[in-house]
Design a protein around this ligand. Structure first.
Ligand code: HEM
Length: 398
């Protein structure tokens, strides 16, 4: 039984610190928890759900690699609770466990290799160059989020799926509605339904005439049903769009505050995308798992049916992960950061994400060597209460 909002004091629990005070850093309080009690019983301030909060790099990885922690977090929650999920739709493998999850991953992994993603490189470069051309024609200041960060990933996913350009505005709007944690459930459901109908039409067209983009190839392989293809496409849209967009927006702002690092990124520092991913950890405090059986983690006894929440940001700033973790250093040796998750659900689109970030940051900084924010940091509009950290807008000039 979960306590209601505000009852954490009565139950002897403390709230998960979820608010960032600096848009680049994990919420203050997580570092202290990581040092003192890296697996700790807390409540979610949104609804009072009790859970285990995991904050150290080692224990976050152990949890995410452990099949006793389920990604299908439906058990035990009432439908009113935000964590509640209905039975996942066929193809929504992010919410499934082995063996169903593994079946989908096996089918999809071959389509997301570095080599396969590199085939998209020329198209991504062209998409990025076109956005930069469009920015140059606009009166300054220009909103980098609206003109650059948001359109690029959505255009790239259209390209990946083989979705016509004309359809992108509709799915972008629907995707934003769905991932916004403040969207009322009915509106989120309606937006999902719009996406589904739209994709069903696209899949029907590809069945007639399969091309060599992802949906066409999956259709040719002949294993997946239309329903599965719809939900796999929705998953790719939702997982790949807001994440990459927020990395581009927030990442640019971060680089503008670190001119030495910005110069290195412009010159093509090879590990820059991963360091920016690690440092910003834009996906944080939304990675839930449910214990399928009694287990211990970090010396804590966890009971079957209890929930765990992994803080990827706290793990990525763990001094056990790398030297001086609170310093941004795009030249640092490769780290085992968890910004893209870990274990069986580790980001399917990670090679695409790295490629997009690398191409987009370099092209932006080369096109506008004098790029700067047009407002002070305190005035930049940060997304509050969003599942993914980032910016509403970023006025820039050059
Ligand atoms: C999973 C982060 C870009 C597709 C994940 C997970 C994280 C993540 C943390 C793990 C979720 C979990 O364990 O429950 C990111 C970040 C990105 C990014 C930070 C951008 C910079 C993309 C892109 C795509 C994508 C571009 C696809 C086009 C997916 C899919 C999953 C996933 C399908 C589910 C994998 C599974 O359950 O097996 N991502 N992602 N992501 N991501 Fe990404």
């Amino acid at each position: 039984s979960s306590p209601g909002p505000g009852s954490s004091a009565d139950s002897g629990l403390f709230e998960v610190p979820i608010r960032r005070t600096c848009p680049f850093d994990p919420p203050p309080g997580l570092a202290g928890l990581r040092a003192a009690e890296p697996v700790t019983r807390r409540v979610m301030p949104l609804d009072g759900t009790e859970l285990w909060l995991v904050t150290s790099h080692d224990l976050v990885r152990r949890m995410l690699a452990d099949p006793r922690w389920s990604s299908s977090v439906d058990g035990g929650l009432s439908p009113e609770q935000p964590l509640h999920m209905a039975e996942p739709e066929p193809g929504m493998f992010i919410s499934m466990d082995a063996p169903e999850h593994a079946r989908y991953r096996r089918m999809l992994t071959a389509h997301f290799t570095v080599q396969r993603m590199n085939r998209l490189r020329p198209r991504i470069e062209q998409i990025v160059a076109e956005r930069l051309d469009a920015m140059e024609r606009l009166p300054r200041p220009v909103d980098l989020v609206a003109e650059f960060a948001l359109p690029i990933p959505s255009l790239v996913i259209c390209e990946l799926l083989g979705m016509p350009y004309e359809d992108r505005a509709e799915f972008q709007e629907a995707a934003r509605t769905v991932v916004d944690m403040t969207t009322p459930p009915e509106q989120a459901d309606a937006a999902l339904a719009r996406l589904g109908a739209h994709l069903a039409k696209l899949i029907a067209a590809k069945r007639e005439e399969p091309d060599d983009a992802l949906i066409g190839e999956l259709i040719r392989e002949g294993v997946l049903t239309d329903g599965e293809l719809v939900h796999i496409s929705i998953l790719l849209l939702l997982a790949g769009h807001e994440t990459t967009a927020n990395m581009l927006g927030l990442g640019t702002l971060l680089l503008l505050h670190h001119p030495d690092q910005l110069a290195l990124v412009r010159e093509g520092a090879p590990g820059a995308a991963d360091e920016l991913l690690r440092y910003l950890s834009i996906v944080d405090l939304v990675i839930f798992r449910g214990a399928k059986e009694d287990l211990t983690l970090g010396g804590q006894e966890i009971e079957a049916g209890q929930f765990g929440l992994a803080s990827l940001a706290a793990a990525n700033r763990d001094p056990a992960l790398c030297e001086d973790p609170d310093r941004l250093d795009v030249t640092r040796p490769k780290t085992a950061h968890v910004a893209l998750g870990f274990g069986p659900h580790q980001c399917l689109g990670q090679n695409l994400a790295r490629l997009e970030l690398e191409i987009a940051f370099q092209a932006l900084l080369r096109r506008f060597p004098g790029l700067r924010a047009a407002v002070p940091l305190e005035e930049v509009r940060v997304r509050e209460n969003a599942a993914i950290h980032g910016l509403h807008s970023l006025p820039v000039t050059w």
